[in-house]
Ligand binder design. Structure first.
Ligand code: ZN
Length: 133
């Protein structure tokens, strides 16, 4: 793992959360992006090179909708930037972690991403992400 790339926060209303975080951080989000395959609309803030990713569900079956139903709004995942995500996926599975998908898939912000099951990471949903070439 190279660095903390971003922190994902589940929110019910992206517009309201954007306004709130803009007030908190003293700067506006720099982009909004929908990832249809994940059922999310995201916005990004840059805080000293580490991003805050706000996540809003786009439909009731979205993983973010289910997360909010169960736990309410709040920190959803911690994302680590990696190089060679395929090697990290193989190593994670070898080392007793469990990736939620066998291969990396396209995520927001021009990344290839994969999640690790939180039952093996002290309850923290961990994302590994790599910049697409
Ligand atoms: Zn993320």
């Amino acid at each position: 793992m190279e660095k903390i790339e971003h922190i994902g926060i589940a929110v019910k209303n992206l517009e309201q959360a954007n306004a709130l975080f803009a007030k908190l951080l003293g700067k506006a989000h720099y982009k909004i992006e929908e990832v249809a395959s994940e059922g999310v609309r995201t916005s990004f803030f840059d805080v000293g090179g580490i991003k805050i990713e706000l996540l809003e569900a786009t439909h009731p079956d979205s993983p973010i909708a289910r997360f909010i139903d169960k736990k309410g709004e709040g920190i959803h995942h911690l994302a680590f930037g990696v190089r060679d995500i395929d090697r990290h996926i193989a190593a994670a599975n070898q080392n007793g972690f469990q990736t939620l998908a066998p291969h990396a898939k396209d995520g927001a912000d021009n990344k290839r991403i994969v999640f690790l099951h939180p039952k093996h990471t002290n309850g923290v949903l961990v994302e590994m992400c790599e910049d697409k070439e």
